[in-house]
Every structure is written in structure tokens, then in C-alpha cells.
Design a protein around this ligand. Structure first.
Ligand SMILES: *[C@@H]1O[C@H](CO)[C@@H](O)[C@H](O)[C@H]1NC(C)=O
Length: 223
């Protein structure tokens, strides 16, 4: 009898990895009703549990008013899309700003199961605003603010809208200079001239950073 109880305790411990994880993304969002919809799909798709296993992570969350297009996805697409909102390293606006290039492809949790799809395109506009998008599609999800951060382990940042995988995905059209098909009439932010100077301004992103040195040292932008 006693051994049976012990066994069930062991099983319990094995199936609740959150107890061993360094952070719990659901817990970090628990007192933030403005992200309740996103938090729910994080849990429902079990992406939260996977994120909690990471050594470092950055979660991109969307507010209630734009979460609908994500929640409306069928289960398999939903899991993929939600996993694609978890970056595999710690980022905050300062760290993003310190990058030597204005645009970068950042791997997400989805890359564990789908190398080609599991990546986000980060880019910084002339006015210093930071955007994320699926590769091959315009970067339209704007970095709004830092919701929570524990440097350099985990951060949660709000973006303006969900990043959806390119339509008919499986084979994203990531060839440089080509736009993904199946656009939804979204417009590329104007003025993304890659050769112009980095301003370092991040107006409403929390954590302002001026880094003229990194701008001066920036090599020609990637791809
Ligand atoms: C990443 O986004 C920038 C800005 O929208 C764009 O110029 C660049 O082509 C994109 N890269 C990829 C691989 O989609």
C-alpha cells in the first residue's frame, strides 16, 4: 500500500514538470486579465509547459482585442502558432536594440518540431519601433511593451497582434525579396530603408535604450 502511494507520488512528480522549472509562464500571466485569452491557449496547447522547460525564453503575448484571430485557428494550427510566439532566448527591448543588425531571424519553440516554420523575423523600423512577423510576410506585429521580465531568463512582451504562420504553410516562401502569398491586405510599414541610420528610439516600448555605438558598428544588414 505504502509503495503504491510512493509510486503515485513519483508519477505525479514526473508529470508536473512545472514544479521543477525555473519559471512558470502561466503564473506570470495570472494577474493580467488583459492576456487571459492568450494565457488560455498557452495552457490548452501545452505550449506553456514546453516553454517552462526552456533555460531562457521570451514570450510574445497579444491583448484580448486581437487574440481572436489566433483563438479561431484549428487545434493543430493553433499549437504551431502559439509555439511560434515563444522565442528560445531572453530578449527585451534593450537586448533587441543592441543587436548589430536591424533585422534578424529568431528561432522559436516551434523550431523543435518544424525547423523551417519555427522562426520569427524581427525588424526595427527607422523610428525605432520594433516589429515581428513570420519570415516572408510583412513584419506587422508591433512590440508594445514589456509585460514582465526576469533578466536574463524570461520575459513577456506584448505585441499588437498575433503572428500567424503564412497561409498554406508547411513551405513558407522565405526567399529574400519575395513576399508570402495570401496577404490579408496588410501593408508593410513605410520607410524601412535598411541603409539608413539606427535611431535607437523606442518610444512606447518599455526600457528605452540609446545605443549609437552599436548603430555605428552595424555591418551591412542580414539578407
Ligand atoms: C524581415 O522583415 C523585414 C522588414 O519587414 C523585411 O525587409 C525582410 O525581407 C524580412 N525577412 C524575411 C526573411 O522575411
Amino acid at each position: 500500500m505504502a509503495s503504491k502511494i510512493l509510486l503515485s507520488l513519483l508519477v505525479l512528480a514526473a508529470v508536473s514538470p512545472a514544479a521543477l522549472a525555473a519559471f512558470d509562464v502561466i503564473q506570470m500571466l495570472v494577474d493580467k486579465p488583459q492576456y487571459a485569452g492568450f494565457s488560455k491557449v498557452l495552457e490548452q496547447t501545452k505550449v506553456a509547459g514546453e516553454a517552462n522547460q526552456l533555460k531562457a525564453a521570451s514570450l510574445l503575448v497579444v491583448p484580448e482585442k486581437t487574440v481572436k484571430s489566433l483563438v479561431a485557428l484549428p487545434a493543430d494550427k493553433l499549437r504551431q502558432a502559439v509555439a511560434n510566439h515563444v522565442l528560445l532566448s531572453y530578449f527585451d527591448p534593450i537586448k533587441l536594440d543592441e543587436m548589430k543588425t536591424r533585422t534578424a531571424l529568431l528561432p522559436t519553440l516551434l523550431s523543435n518540431t518544424d525547423k523551417a516554420l519555427g522562426v520569427l523575423n524581427y525588424s526595427k523600423a527607422d523610428d525605432g519601433q520594433m516589429y515581428f512577423g513570420a519570415p516572408g510576410a510583412p513584419c506587422v506585429a508591433k512590440l508594445v511593451k514589456v509585460v514582465a521580465a526576469r533578466p536574463y531568463t524570461v520575459s513577456i512582451m506584448e505585441i499588437s497582434e498575433p503572428i500567424l504562420l503564412p497561409l498554406g504553410s508547411g513551405k513558407p516562401d522565405a526567399a529574400p525579396g519575395r513576399r508570402g502569398k495570401g496577404g490579408k491586405g496588410k501593408i508593410k510599414p513605410a520607410g524601412l530603408d535598411e541603409s539608413s541610420e539606427v535611431t535607437g528610439k523606442t518610444d512606447d516600448a518599455a526600457g528605452k535604450a540609446e545605443s549609437p555605438e552599436s548603430a555605428a558598428a552595424a555591418p551591412s544588414p542580414a539578407s
